[in-house]
Write a protein that binds this ligand. Structure first.
Ligand SMILES: *[C@@H]1O[C@H](CO)[C@@H](O)[C@H](O)[C@H]1NC(C)=O
Ligand SMILES: *[C@@H]1O[C@H](CO)[C@@H](O)[C@H](O)[C@H]1NC(C)=O
Ligand SMILES: *[C@@H]1O[C@H](CO)[C@@H](O)[C@H](O)[C@H]1NC(C)=O
Ligand SMILES: *[C@@H]1O[C@H](CO)[C@@H](O)[C@H](O)[C@H]1NC(C)=O
Length: 541
């Protein structure tokens, strides 16, 4: 049996470091056996799972973790690792997975759906590490108390539920929960005001935007269902038929026991929308207490007269991919702000030709530590979610240059609440960059808005890690969240949208109108008849 004991809360929290979080956990919990599966070969997807694993180990749970970054977690006597690091080779061997170019919303949908999910899954299922792991489970009849699975793709692993004793499952999205992902949870996701991931829409759309938003939503749903079928084929290739008791679709739609935990807080980086009680927004898990910078850099930043501009296009995009014209445009624009110093993450050389005095190039920087420096006034970035969360946490204004994926969506939110400005990559030139820099740096509106949203992003009753662990143990204690099953899940589309009721009411309305029309026309006709009769009679007289 699992005991329930409430946490003491740390309030207010400012740093979401695990240490702080764990000091807050004073209750003891009965140890459980947890299977955590994180298949996506991207560190920003892996990190939240690694952090959750660490926190669960500290709570005395035993964890089996399937991860692409096993080297990033310390060995522990209650931790079993399955090494999926080879999944990263996909990025090298598949040129279609190219993250160096600007992508349209339609390209995004194609790119991130079917091919990305099933290629990685096939590679992983076929690998000896995975096969060994599954064979061991089968041979030893191993069961788990809970399965935690990354929710956005690679759903073939949900089939493992049937061979590990069918425990409850938690689907985790390392981002804002996808619209289609929340369908089995019956979250109301009306594309009239909920912008779909991979579009650049906001929550106020013109007719045409609502149309494309709806079409992308439908296309996404269709692609997602197709991916689910393909994932089903993948697992049928690698898992003996006798273990496949349900189809993936059935497992996915058997949402009543599932709980969905989203590692994302939509109040700040996305638009407000309703969230079903089975979906929990926990917020950024990856924020850690900043460490001191190296002394030289620290001194250089301290001496910046007006402040520091931090320029980094993230870990996927290479600086060189922007091309020579855009690179020079940035240099010229930066030279027009000599009172600021610019810290530019640039992988290639240490000094660029034509580099002004106020620019410093570095191949790598500890981003959170840099953003935490009080002199940093502006962050030029791509609109990646985790970097955005860091910017909000440290209150640094933004210039976003979205390239692909959810970066358009995230950036438009920044533009809408005016915590920064969005620039189109294809239009970048000196004047365009200069104007954006001038506006964000000098218009006090942007500082005010950022201060406001930064305060909001930190104001929460418990840290994201405490909240995550609390909900995971909640699901363990109650063996699922069947009590949160919504009646909406049992309705057909026709019933859910009340199409039958609307049709019925419209039918009654039409019948009544028809009856009234028929009755009236009968009366009118008989009146005309009697009138004509009278006229005839008069004429006859
Ligand atoms: C974990 O177990 C140790 C001893 O085995 C115990 O002292 C500690 O309180 C437990 N921690 C939690 C969070 O239950
Ligand atoms: C491992 O888990 C057991 C309970 O299953 C617990 O008593 C023990 O303290 C854990 N070990 C560590 C190093 O936390
Ligand atoms: C696993 O379960 C099967 C069938 O229930 C049984 O025949 C087998 O002996 C079990 N194996 C172990 C190692 O317990
Ligand atoms: C959109 O989807 C991508 C792909 O999984 C994900 O990495 C990203 O975080 C999502 N963004 C939002 C805002 O949901």
């Amino acid at each position: 049996m699992l005991q329930f004991a409430p946490f003491t809360m740390c309030q207010p929290y400012f740093m979401t470091s695990i240490l702080v979080a764990l000091i807050c956990f004073t209750s003891s919990a009965t140890a459980s056996d947890i299977l955590i599966i994180c298949p996506t070969a991207s560190y920003s997807h892996q990190q939240p799972f690694l952090l959750i694993t660490q926190a669960l180990l500290q709570r005395n749970h035993s964890v089996t973790l399937l991860t692409c970054n096993p080297e990033k977690i310390k060995p522990h006597e209650n931790l079993t690792l399955v090494d999926w690091s080879f999944t990263y080779d996909l990025w090298k061997t598949n040129t279609e997975f190219n993250l160096q170019t600007r992508k349209s919303q339609w390209e995004n949908v194609r790119f991130f759906s079917t091919s990305f999910s099933t290629k990685a899954s096939s590679l992983q299922w076929a690998h000896k590490n995975t096969q060994q792991f599954i064979q061991t489970i089968i041979q030893t009849n191993k069961t788990y108390d809970l399965m935690v699975h990354e929710g956005w793709a690679h759903h073939s692993y949900m089939s493992l539920l049937d061979i590990i004793g069918n425990p409850p499952m938690i689907l985790v999205s390392t981002a804002h929960s996808f619209s289609f992902l929340t369908l089995p949870f019956n979250n109301p996701e009306n594309p009239s005001y909920v912008p779909v991931n991979f579009t650049g829409n906001t929550d106020k759309m013109t007719f045409w935007q609502r149309l494309t938003n709806t079409l992308i939503y439908l296309k996404y749903y269709w692609l997602f269902m197709k991916t689910l079928e393909q994932e089903d084929q993948v697992r049928q290739t690698y898992l003996d038929k006798k273990y496949n008791k349900r189809s993936l679709k059935e497992i996915f739609q058997d949402g009543s026991r599932n709980s969905f935990l989203s590692c994302f807080d939509s109040r700040i980086t996305n638009y407000v929308r309703p969230v079903h009680p089975k979906i929990v927004e926990v917020g950024p898990l990856h924020l850690v207490e900043p460490k001191p910078l190296d002394q030289k850099l620290q001194a250089w930043m301290n001496d910046a007269p007006a402040g520091v501009i931090y320029f980094s296009l993230g870990s996927n995009m290479k600086g060189t991919s922007m091309g020579d014209f855009r690179r020079r445009a940035f240099l010229k624009a930066f030279a027009r702000f000599p009172q600021y110093r610019v810290l530019w993450k640039w992988e290639n050389e240490d000094v660029m030709e034509g580099q002004p005095e106020n620019v410093l190039l570095k191949k790598w920087m500890p981003q959170q530590d840099v953003l935490a420096h009080p002199k940093v006034k502006l962050f030029i970035m791509q609109g990646g979610l985790q970097s955005l969360q860091e910017a909000y946490h440290y209150g640094v204004k933004l210039i976003c240059i979205p390239m692909f994926g959810d970066q358009d969506l995230n950036s438009q939110r920044v533009g809408k609440i005016k915590t920064g400005i969005v620039l189109e990559f294809n239009d970048l030139n000196e004047e365009y960059i200069y104007k954006a820099l001038k506006t964000v740096l000098e218009d006090p509106l942007y500082s005010q808005n950022m201060a406001y949203y930064s305060a909001l992003s930190k104001d929460s009753p418990m840290s994201p890690m405490e909240k995550s662990v609390w909900w995971i143990e909640y699901v363990l204690r109650h063996k699922g969240v069947a009590h949160l099953h919504s009646g909406a899940a049992d309705l057909s589309i026709v019933q859910y949208y009340l199409l039958d009721v609307i049709a019925f009411l419209v039918a009654i309305l039409i019948s009544v109108m028809l009856l009234v029309y028929l009755a009236l026309s009968k009366v009118v006709r008989s009146m005309i008849k009697t009138n004509q009769g009278k006229i005839k009679k008069k004429k006859m007289k």
